[in-house]
Ligand binder design. Structure first.
Ligand SMILES: Nc1ncnc2c1ncn2[C@@H]1O[C@H](COP(=O)(O)OP(=O)(O)O)[C@@H](O)[C@H]1O
Ligand SMILES: [Mg+2]
Length: 256
């Protein structure tokens, strides 16, 4: 079992403090959902963990087992088994999807041990079928001209091909119709197992109807304010974030 532990993390973006004393621990074998209103720092967390240069860590640590990954380059973090599906995937003209995937897989393997071509093709074929993707998408340029839903599906294709230890999936459900949502959920569920952990970042509860999380965390104003199980996501769906804010404030007042 591996553990990803975010400890007292502070992150600044463009001179603004976004994450404040953020704490979260997850193990392989677990699916965590991170929910919260827009602009509360969910994507900031994902970017900081993966090492995006715009997101400055001003305090705290992120441990993958006994290694503080904040000391590592982006590539080293990926090689250790971290994967990020970004909220807004970029288009890369000139590189086909298949070329990109092959490079991404081999970048995570020893230099003298690239994946055999036949194995790659067989795996790609299997995973694209699982995600209901037409074959020709392998030869299209990465995300170029892909619809919002196709980009999201493609992020999940990367996940299934790379098979990381931990995945951070940022708003993987945004812009998906119900069919695409089910396909994406099917893909993520196919990864479930003792060697895989995921942090699913979402604004809405909808995706969690198809991927039942083990733990749900509500983030507001740069930190987790409430932890629970799947029932917490349903509570958010029924009551809205505003109600949670109010009940937390009430709590606070009662304590004082
Ligand atoms: N690249 C960026 N440049 C400037 N401000 C940013 C950037 N990324 C995030 N922020 C700011 O950080 C705050 C949190 O944003 P974000 O982490 O994207 O929230 P969420 O994903 O929860 O909607 C917002 O105020 C947002 O404007
Ligand atoms: Mg976001």
């Amino acid at each position: 079992m591996a553990t990803l532990k975010i400890e007292n993390l502070y992150v600044e973006v463009e001179g603004k403090q976004i994450l404040k004393d953020f704490n979260l621990t997850m193990n392989t074998g677990e699916i965590h959902a991170l929910m919260g209103p827009n602009g509360t720092g969910k994507s900031t967390l994902a970017q900081a963990i993966m090492g995006h240069p715009l997101y400055h860590v001003t305090g705290g640590k992120v441990w993958l087992d006994d290694q503080n990954i904040l000391e590592l380059s982006v590539d080293e973090r990926a090689r250790l088994g971290l994967f990020q599906a970004v909220q807004y995937p970029s288009e890369i003209p000139g590189i086909t999807n298949a070329e990109f995937l092959k490079a991404a897989i081999n970048a995570r393997r020893d230099e003298d041990d690239p994946m055999a071509v036949m194995d790659f093709i067989a795996k790609l074929d299997e995973k694209m079928k699982l995600l209901d993707m037409p074959e020709e998408m392998a030869e299209r340029y990465l995300n170029e001209g892909f619809s919002g839903g196709e980009k999201k599906r493609n992020e999940i294709l990367q996940l299934l091909m790379i098979e990381p230890q931990f995945a951070i999936l940022d708003e993987i459900d945004s812009g998906l119709d119900i069919d695409a949502l089910q396909v994406v959920a099917h893909g993520i569920n196919s990864m479930r197992g003792k060697d895989f952990g995921a942090l699913i970042i979402t604004h809405y509860q909808r995706l969690l109807n198809y991927i039942e999380p083990d733990y749900v965390h509500i983030v507001m104003d740069g930190r987790i304010v409430k932890n629970g199980g799947p029932e917490l996501a349903l509570h958010v769906e029924n009551e809205g974030y505003q109600q949670i804010i109010e009940s937390l404030q009430l709590h606070h007042q009662l304590e004082e």
